[in-house]
Design a protein around this ligand. Structure first.
Ligand code: ATP
Ligand code: MG
Length: 366
């Protein structure tokens, strides 16, 4: 008997600006890494964002959403651009992305921030502090103060206008993000730091209690707790102490941006958004970069590394993921750089060419 070939359906959403350029490159890399591990991809490319607006009048066409929901994972480029700048929500490309996240119910956002030895000079921190940083922020994405009710504007007892929001977390919301965080830590170095403000906020008190309870399911992971103000400080003081960080929506928003600046290179940073059942959404953290779109200047490594996260966290294909990560490091070791990460003594190349070099690093015969 022969083992059946593993086959995965991937929805590609190139989007706008540099999106199509980086997606083309990442697709080739993904295909090669998969074939070397003995599995196949069926790719389906669909419009989203400004591209979809031009084509269909809406930023997330029904066909696109359907294809996305029916696939095993989704790889997205970037969305938006000057061309579609408007205040009308339904005509904004970015609305398409928000609708997609909502429809897929992706409640966990994973953002790694590593300082690669080859790019340590790009960091905003001193070399001794930046060297060897390799952390992951797991942010709760669909709850907390950004969604909690009541919210709005009102008038207080002095007749003054007030704005108000509510931080709400239910047990199930904390439990499921905690489980993703423990699983993530387990795939990394086995250390999880839960960040909250449990000395002041009730939602954080419940957060800490639930994370501590869930920890009993993961005796192999070492759990610590930290207040968010201290965490913000520790991230720039000694980021090496962190492996995996789990935190709520608003703290994660802030801390993941802070962590990304430690690495100093927006063109290198991938992300994953995971739901409970359906497919995960994988995308670079950078935007559509309209200033360099169509010029073959974009750094595709963030998207290539997002494809590696797709393999690892989306499909459980860790060996194929490692092939891609290793190839990216090898390409950097061989001195290839796009403009955003260029430094003297290296070879300045474009989006296509650095993609080709990653392909060669994976399989020199190609
Ligand atoms: P968005 O609101 O969509 O996140 P943004 O305005 O925050 O977009 P980006 O589109 O991410 O910003 O671009 C910020 C700067 O970084 C731009 O100068 C852009 O050219 C540069 N940049 C972004 N991504 C890349 C990349 N992959 N390679 C090279 N430069 C990039
Ligand atoms: Mg931005």
């Amino acid at each position: 008997a022969t083992t059946p070939v593993r086959r995965y359906t991937i929805t590609l959403l190139p989007g706008d600006g540099i999106g199509p350029e980086v997606i083309t490159v990442a697709k080739n890399v993904l295909q090669l890494a998969g074939s070397l591990e003995g599995f196949e991809f069926g790719f389906k490319e669909m419009p989203v964002g400004g591209a979809a607006l031009d084509l269909t009048g809406v930023p997330l066409p029904e066909e696109t959403l359907l294809a996305a929901k029916q696939s095993d994972a989704i790889l997205l480029g970037a969305i938006g651009g000057y061309k579609w700048d408007t205040n009308e929500k339904h005509l904004k490309p970015e609305t398409g992305l928000l609708q997609l996240r909502e429809a897929l119910k992706v409640f966990a956002n994973l953002r790694p921030a590593s300082v690669l030895p080859q790019l340590v000079d790009a960091s905003t921190l001193k070399k001794e502090v930046a060297e060897g940083v390799d952390l992951m922020v797991v942010r709760e994405l669909t709850g907390g103060i950004y969604f909690g009710k009541p919210r709005g504007f009102s008038i207080n007892e002095n007749g003054e206008e007030i704005g108000f929001n509510t931080e709400v977390y239910a047990t199930y919301e904390i439990d499921r993000i905690a489980r993703i965080a423990f699983e993530t830590a387990r795939k990394r170095r086995g250390k999880l730091c839960s960040v909250d403000k449990a000395n002041v906020l009730e939602a954080s008190m419940l957060w800490r209690k639930r994370v501590t309870t869930i920890a009993s399911e993961y005796p192999d992971v070492e759990l610590t707790h930290m207040y968010v103000d201290n965490a913000a400080m520790q991230l720039v003081r000694n980021p090496k102490q962190f492996d995996t960080i789990v935190t709520n929506n608003i703290f994660g928003d802030i801390l993941s941006d802070e962590a990304s600046m430690i690495t100093g290179s927006i063109g290198m940073l991938p992300s994953a958004s995971l739901g409970e059942l359906g497919p995960g959404l994988f995308e670079p953290i950078h935007g559509s970069a309209p200033d360099i779109a169509g010029q073959d200047k974009a750094n595709p490594l963030a998207t290539i590394l997002s494809a590696a996260m797709l393999l690892k966290y989306g499909l459980g294909e860790e060996k194929a993921a490692r092939r891609i990560e290793t190839a990216v490091l090898d390409t950097l070791n061989r001195g290839f750089r796009t403009g955003d990460i260029y430094s003297e003594g290296n070879k300045l190349v474009g989006c296509q060419e650095i993609g080709q070099e990653v392909v060669k690093s994976i399989d020199p015969k190609v």
